[in-house]
Design a protein around this ligand. Structure first.
Ligand code: TXA
Ligand code: MG
Length: 340
């Protein structure tokens, strides 16, 4: 199958493919998603196949209006409406109980709930409107690899497996949406994102964060808790705040292979790098770093000689919580200088 790249003036064609039950990757403000008609069971099954995704990991349903969510959700609590007013369109995904039978088991992974997301990206909203139906959209990467933040990343992973990619350039946020479970008695953050705990609490008061580890036979409630995530082939080392980068550079020099170094501009400019180091700039702050993290991990994943990646940590506050969540997962919790 030829994978076509659609420009923004070709959204009609992309929408037609979705209506025909084909897979089309689409941009959002966070990462690129792998789109299919959420009401077409056969098309949704193809999404799992193309990604190599385990079938008990449920999909996000992308919508372009509150009405579209109300069509499937059994009960939307008042607090959720308050959050919609503040954060939709935006990077907050909310989980609601659904009307029985309204969405297929393939979408929900067998759960009685579904995740709804109203992205802050006009081309995506146009695509959903033109397709005239909700669109499922897991991140458009091969399962286990870093999420795609450009159309080229999607092409790298899924060329030949999907009908098209709608290209909107690099995504703005770079880490996936906050997932907030609104289906229980008390709201719980299942995955941190750009809409932070504090921002949510400012609107609806105190909420919880899920730290539960998922068992082998359990359906995951929290994204990325059960399966390997964001992992390039090379071992990633988290370089904690306060680490002396001269020590990191000295360590790189001793390695018999190439090492990727991901750090802020000011650190890269300060260090003299050895021959076996390749650098990737994370920009000037945690916003830049979040937007660039997956791009850097992917760049080094394409270089077989790079067998280790050292990557700068940021304080886990505000957007830093989401950044550190993704970085820690890609590193499997391994820190630079840590005794094994
Ligand atoms: O920013 C994003 O959310 C991106 C863009 C494309 O919209 N999408 C994305 O989808 O990250 P995905 O499938 O890679 O991550 C969604 C996560 C899944 O890992 C899944 O475990 C969780 O949300 N999820 C979906 N439905 C759920 C449900 N009913 N209950 C609990 N978790 C759910
Ligand atoms: Mg994903």
């Amino acid at each position: 199958m030829d994978t076509r790249i659609f420009q923004l003036d070709e959204i009609d064609e992309a929408a037609k493919l979705i209506q025909d039950g084909q897979l089309v990757a689409f941009p959002t403000e966070t990462v690129y998603g792998l789109g299919a008609d959420a009401t077409n069971e056969k098309a949704v099954k193809q999404v799992y196949l193309a990604k190599g995704r385990p079938s008990d990991n449920p999909l996000i349903v992308h919508i372009c209006s509150k009405d579209m969510a109300e069509k499937y959700a059994q009960h939307i609590p008042d607090d959720a409406y308050k959050l919609m007013d503040h954060f939709w369109p935006g990077s907050l995904t909310m989980i609601f109980k659904i009307k029985p039978g309204s969405l297929s088991k393939t979408v929900t992974g067998g759960l009685k709930t579904a995740a709804f997301r109203f992205p802050d990206c006009k081309p995506t909203l146009d695509l959903i409107k033109k397709a005239g139906r909700p669109i499922v959209g897991p991140s458009a990467n091969t399962s286990g690899k870093p999420s795609p933040t450009t159309a080229q990343h999607v092409y790298h992973d899924l060329a030949g497996k999907i009908a098209g990619i709608l290209d909107n350039g690099p995504t703005r946020v770079g880490v996936e949406s906050t997932v907030l479970d609104m289906s229980g008695d008390h709201p719980v953050i299942l995955r941190p994102g750009a809409v932070t705990k504090q921002m949510i609490e400012d609107v609806i008061g105190s909420i919880d964060v899920n730290h539960h580890k998922v068992g082998k036979h359990e359906t995951p409630k929290a994204p990325g808790m059960k399966y390997k995530h964001y992992a390039p082939a090379a071992q990633v080392y988290v370089v904690d705040p306060g680490t002396n980068w001269d020590d990191v550079v000295a360590w790189i020099k001793q390695q018999p292979f190439d090492v990727g170094m991901m750090a802020e501009e000011k650190i890269l400019q300060h260090e003299v790098l050895p021959m076996n180091a390749s650098q990737f700039s994370l920009g000037n702050n945690v916003q830049d770093a979040s937007a660039r993290l997956f791009d850097g991990l992917r760049e080094f994943d394409d270089k077989p000689n790079v067998k280790a990646i050292v990557c700068q940590a940021f304080p886990a506050e505000g957007l830093g919580v989401a950044y550190m969540n993704r970085l820690n997962k890609s590193a499997g919790g391994v820190h630079f200088g840590q005794k094994k």
